[in-house]
Design a protein around this ligand. Structure first.
Ligand code: GP9
Ligand code: MN
Length: 428
């Protein structure tokens, strides 16, 4: 019932964060690219294998003076993996404790998502993905989110060896997408979902340009090869962006959606990182993924704020000069002084600059040492963080499970009419 949203609205009001005015509106009216780096972890940035950088193009972007990069940014996905990342990034709502919210609720629920918000500011919005449109129920969910266009498999070239794993190889995919992007009315919001750097990290010989690692764990050793391939595809895409002149009119956002190597490969990861152990604490820290915002003239640098995928939409809205006041969003502007640095994982664990919780264990984030007995002062801080995490996760779940946004429309936002959208390709 309608009043079910009241506790969430009260929570939002209490936790409203004033965005950083230094960044407010600096990207107003710019095209926005959201580049999804599949299974890409932060440790790959500047990582060297046999003396060679694995991802030179992304490294260059990471260190560029006009890129705002984050080195304490975490993925917060659950079982929905890619879908949970998409849900958080474009709605600032968490995925569900089990399954994928895009699958269970994407079709029927009411959302106030990034594409709809931008559409109402005069943007054209499009998502690109080189696989079937039904994967993760994207075809239905994107209608609920207000995407004008969804370019999926049928819109792209196909042929022998064009696909690998989860769809079209990234280089072909990004090159093909560019042709559509050039035709989109500006300003546009375009999301590009890469797939090649996905488990089990296999790549045809012709596209391999770096040796596999030598841990002997077959799940792990191909990761640098597909990551290198993804990096090259980004290099080509950025070159196109420059050639097209779009680089001067666009903000390009990169993010890694979730881990590529799971905690089941402790021995191999330790070897890769040159460490003698890899425990539960290390695995929590290993959940860092890239988040970088690149734009001509942007005041960049490496920002050490702790945050995660839930914080992306509020951060981007501030850059775009769109107030998120009154919106139901569980994250906050990463550049704001008031941003909370408690990063919730979907299972209730968390990381803060001070403490890391894994199950019933607590660690000092700076030393990695397990705290055997909490002092009263530590307990106070940890209890507050635990309370924040469980409150936010459970309120988000109530919103999702109860479809509560249907009862509440923020000021300045118009409800999305799903039936206005159709992504089927009509062959001439
Ligand atoms: C599927 C692709 C991969 O379309 O996005 O999803 P994942 O397995 O990473 O959740
Ligand atoms: Mn994924």
């Amino acid at each position: 019932k309608a009043s079910d949203i009241d506790s969430t609205l009260a929570y939002m009001k209490q936790h409203q964060v004033t965005p950083n005015v230094q960044y407010t509106g600096v990207a107003k009216g710019k095209n926005v690219f959201i580049i999804h780096l599949e299974s890409f972890q932060q440790f790959l940035i500047d990582f060297k294998w046999q003396g060679e950088e694995v991802t030179p193009n992304l490294n260059k972007l990471y260190h560029a003076s006009d890129t705002l990069s984050f080195d304490n940014f975490f993925n917060q996905v659950g079982q929905g993996k890619t879908a949970d990342a998409e849900m958080m990034l474009e709605n600032s709502l968490f995925g569900l404790p089990e399954g994928s919210a895009m699958v269970s609720d994407g079709t029927a629920n009411t959302f106030q998502a990034a594409p709809a918000i931008l559409d109402q500011q005069g943007y054209t919005t499009a998502s690109f993905h080189g696989d079937v449109p039904s994967f993760w129920n994207r075809d239905n969910t994107y209608k609920s989110w207000g995407y004008d266009y969804f370019f999926s498999k049928a819109y792209f070239q196909s042929g022998k060896d064009y696909d690998i794993g989860y769809g079209l190889k990234d280089k072909i995919f990004l090159k093909d997408s560019a042709q559509y992007i050039e035709q989109l009315p500006q300003p546009f919001y375009a999301k590009l979902i890469t797939v090649t750097n996905h488990y089990p990290y296999t790549l045809d010989k012709k596209n391999q340009s770096i040796a596999k690692t030598d841990t002997g764990d077959s799940t792990v050793d191909g990761y640098v090869q597909t990551a290198r391939y993804l990096d090259q595809s980004i290099g080509e895409f950025m070159a196109w962006l420059k050639k097209s002149g779009l680089d001067k009119k666009s903000m390009v956002v990169f993010y890694g959606d979730h881990y590529g190597i799971s905690g089941n490969h402790k021995k191999a990861i330790a070897q890769l990182l040159g460490k003698d152990k890899f425990d539960d604490f290390d695995n929590a820290q290993f959940q860092r993924v890239p988040f970088m915002i690149h734009m001509n003239g942007l005041k960049g640098g490496i920002n050490h704020t702790y945050g995660g995928e839930i914080d992306v939409l509020p951060t981007l809205m501030n850059l775009l000069g769109i107030s998120n006041k009154g919106y139901v969003q569980f994250g906050s502007d990463l550049t704001s002084k008031q941003h909370s640095q408690v990063v919730a994982f979907r299972n209730g664990d968390f990381v803060t600059p001070q403490y890391t919780k894994v199950g019933s264990d607590y660690y000092d984030t700076t030393t990695g040492k397990r705290i055997k007995k909490l002092t009263a002062a530590q307990k106070t801080v940890i209890d507050a963080a635990t309370n924040q995490v469980t409150t936010e996760l459970s309120l988000s779940d109530r919103v999702m499970n109860g479809d509560l946004l249907r009862f509440y429309t923020p000021k300045g936002f118009a409800k999305v009419t799903k039936r206005n959208y159709n992504y089927t390709l009509k062959k001439a």
